[in-house]
Each structure stands twice: as structure tokens, then as C-alpha cells.
Design a protein around this ligand. Structure first.
Ligand code: ZN
Length: 417
């Protein structure tokens, strides 16, 4: 049981602690960016450097983006299937508005780079040291976010961490241009000072960040819900889980480029522990197979059964109950109705794995689970054998029968219903 548990954990199921950690880091990302804005704004004012001014706008854009990410994570925690759509749209409209403001600032900087009076910024050693400290902090924090992002398989954090690497690059450009100016290199390209060249390079980063903010915001505004193709895919993944009887509701929404999924499913068990394990397995499967899924919340409802689907291994005459499981040539799959205790459907299926050399028991068990059976009646006591674990995992009950004929077995079940 424990081995099974840790295997499932490695498949990417997140604990509440991990979810809180992701949120905390997203918030910290915002705070750090905001701190950088403050620090660089002071440095820009004191030095008059256009490169540093551009860097302020870069960091300010990042602050807004990380705040939007944090908001998305917060909203996704709410247990209620209804989420405040209004608020959520405002958040994205703000993203779009701010992106436009970022482009406007970028344009202002571009204008200064190309025209305006040629003046040299006044760079002190302190300016350089502060910028260096900011760059190092960005690098260390970014690496940490990446590590946690990979551990928790959070697409949000991985994207944040990668973005911090880009920030280190743009900060280094500013640092280099400021350092060269400080050291007195009077390099000019077509009459443009090194400080302005630095600003022009940072401009590329600004446009990139602004574009991301704009497209993420627009995507959500234009397509607030997840596209139906993706939802269908997720529904299939959930329905493929043998222990799931039905998918009652499935909703998903985008926050930026990230996806949040909520599903209510009926599970074929009244054991809460087992139902919980099934929901964890579903979460892991969806996150593994669908990209950019930040969170999956599965609500499970143990379903009172309306039908009982019973499988019985049969011998060659297709009537006598077989003494074997994996080697049984036929299986009867009988659908019994609880309401009037009638047989709704009887099927006789050939065991497709009967000629298999190895592990046929396991294969047969998996194949029966695909038939969504609720119960297996057999002569063979399969406790502690491979097939029984497969069946138990899917919530299939096992009964040992003493009678010899299929009809007698069915009658004994009907009498107990
Ligand atoms: Zn950035």
C-alpha cells in the first residue's frame, strides 16, 4: 500500500502545502518585482540614465504580470464551482490596459533613444552596486522558483522562473551599459550613447513582456472557458478511469495561459479512502496528459448503484463455472437491475488472453475492468494474487461461489440484492 502511495505521489499529485507554496512564491515574485521598480526608479532619477528608466518599466510590467498570476492562483483555490467571473474579467481587462500603457512607455523611450538632447548619465559606484544586487537577487529567486516549479510540476512557477532568467539578461544589459558609462567609455554608435543603446536593448524586453501581458489577457477575455476540444479530452481521460461511473460536471477556465479544471464524478465505491485515491489518480492523469494545467479539483460522489454488472468465468460449455480465472475460455457478463431484481442483459464473451504465456490473469482482470464490471464471481480464491489487486483497485468486489452453473450463481446474487 505504501509503495503504491509513493508511486502515485511521484506522478504529480499536489498536496495542499505545495499549493500554498506555489501561491506564496507567486506573491513573493510580485513583491520582489515591486521592490525592483522602487529601487530602479530612485536610481533612474538620481542618474538620469535612460537604460535604467527602461529597466523600471520592464520591472513594472513584470510586477503587474506576477500580480495577475497570483490572482489566478488565488481564484483557483475556491472550492465553489462558481467563481466570480466579473472580478476575474476585470483582472484581465486591467492586464490588457496595462499592456497598452507599457507599449506607450516603450514608445516614449524609443523616442528618447532616437532623438532628444545628448546628455551623459551621472553614474555612481552605488548605482552599479544596487543594480548588481538586484540582478543577483533576480537570478537566485528565479532559480529557486524553477526548482520548486519542477518539483510541484507547476506550469505557473516554471513560466515565472524562466521569465526571471530573461530578466537577468535584460538587467545585465543595463548593468553593462551603466558600467561602461561609469568607466568612461565614450562609445557612441551613429551618435547614440552607450546608455541609449542599453535602453534600446531593454526596449526589446519591454515589448516582449508587454506582448505577453496583452495576449494572455486577451486570450482569457476572448475565451474565458477552456475550448471544448480540450474539455472533451479531459472528459475522456476521466471516463477512462475504470472506477468512474459518470462525469456529472466538468468545467475549466483559463487564467493567463494556465488552465484550472473542476470536475464532479461518480465513483464506483462507497469507501471514502478509495474514492480519494481514485480522485488523486484522475488529477495526476489529467495533469500529465494536458499541457498547462495548473490545478485539477475533483469532487467525487460515491454512487449508489442502479445496476450490478457481474462477471463469471465459464468453462468450455459456456455454462459451467470455470475453476480457473486467467485460463477460463469464456466469461459471462451479466447486468442485473436493482429496482426489480431482473436480468437486464447477458453477454457471453471469449477470453482474448487465454493463449497468453505470461500474466494472463492480470490482463484478463484489466480487460474485465474495462467492461466496467462491479463484481467477479469465481471458484478460485484469488486473494493476494495479482488479478485481485487490479480488480480491487477499480472497486470491483470479488465473491467465491460454491455452485457449478451460471444460472445458479446469478440466482444466488439476485437473492441477496
Ligand atoms: Zn521581465
Amino acid at each position: 500500500m505504501n509503495a503504491k502511495r509513493s508511486q502515485v505521489d511521484e506522478e504529480g499529485i499536489r498536496s495542499e502545502d505545495e499549493n500554498r507554496q506555489i501561491q506564496r512564491l507567486a506573491l513573493l515574485s510580485f513583491v520582489i518585482n515591486l521592490g525592483l521598480v522602487g529601487m530602479k526608479a530612485v536610481l533612474a532619477l538620481l542618474s538620469g540614465s535612460l537604460a535604467i528608466t527602461a529597466s523600471v518599466i520592464d520591472s513594472a510590467t513584470d510586477s503587474v504580470a506576477s500580480l495577475a498570476v497570483y490572482g489566478g492562483l488565488r481564484l483557483s483555490v475556491r472550492k465553489s464551482p462558481r467563481f466570480p467571473l466579473g472580478l476575474y474579467k476585470i483582472e484581465n481587462m486591467a492586464s490588457v490596459a496595462i499592456a497598452l500603457f507599457v507599449f506607450l512607455s516603450g514608445y516614449e523611450i524609443a523616442r528618447h533613444v532616437l532623438r532628444g538632447p545628448t546628455d551623459y548619465p551621472d553614474i555612481s559606484l552605488a548605482t552599479i552596486l544596487f543594480l548588481l544586487a538586484g540582478t543577483i537577487a533576480t537570478f537566485v529567486f528565479g532559480q529557486y522558483v524553477l526548482v520548486v516549479g519542477k518539483q510541484t510540476e507547476s506550469p505557473t512557477l516554471i513560466a515565472e522562473g524562466r521569465h526571471r532568467r530573461v530578466d537577468v539578461l535584460s538587467s545585465s544589459v543595463v548593468l553593462a551599459s551603466v558600467l561602461l558609462t561609469y568607466l568612461g567609455f565614450g562609445i557612441e554608435l551613429f551618435g547614440i550613447t552607450i546608455d541609449r543603446i542599453g535602453a534600446a536593448v531593454v526596449l526589446v524586453f519591454i515589448v516582449r513582456a508587454g506582448w505577453e501581458l496583452l495576449s494572455d489577457g486577451m486570450r482569457v477575455l476572448l475565451d474565458a472557458s477552456i475550448d471544448s476540444e480540450t474539455l472533451d479530452r479531459i472528459r475522456k481521460i476521466i471516463e477512462n478511469e475504470p472506477a468512474v461511473t459518470e462525469v456529472n460536471s466538468l468545467i475549466g477556465r483559463n487564467a493567463g495561459r494556465f488552465r484550472f479544471i473542476q470536475a464532479t464524478v461518480g465513483v464506483r465505491t462507497d469507501d471514502l479512502q478509495k474514492a480519494y485515491q481514485i480522485s488523486e489518480r484522475l488529477e495526476a492523469n489529467v495533469r500529465k496528459q494536458v499541457p498547462h494545467v495548473e490545478r485539477v479539483v475533483i469532487h467525487y460522489e460515491p454512487k449508489p448503484l442502479e445496476h450490478l454488472v457481474v462477471a463469471v468465468p465459464l468453462a468450455d460449455d459456456a455454462d459451467t463455472i470455470s475453476h480457473h480465472f486467467g485460463e477460463a475460455p469464456f466469461f459471462a457478463i451479466v447486468h442485473l437491475r436493482f429496482s426489480d431484481k431482473e436480468i437486464e442483459k447477458r453477454e457471453l464473451v471469449k477470453n482474448p488472453f487465454v493463449t497468453l504465456e505470461k500474466a494472463k490473469g492480470i490482463r484478463v482482470a484489466e480487460w474485465l475492468v474495462e467492461h466496467k464490471i462491479d463484481m467477479l464471481m469465481a471458484k478460485e480464491d484469488m486473494r493476494h494474487k495479482g488479478p485481485s489487486y487490479v480488480l480491487a483497485d477499480a472497486g470491483v468486489k470479488m465473491e467465491i461461489v460454491s455452485v457449478d452453473r451460471l444460472n445458479e450463481a446469478i440466482d444466488s446474487i439476485l437473492s441477496k440484492m
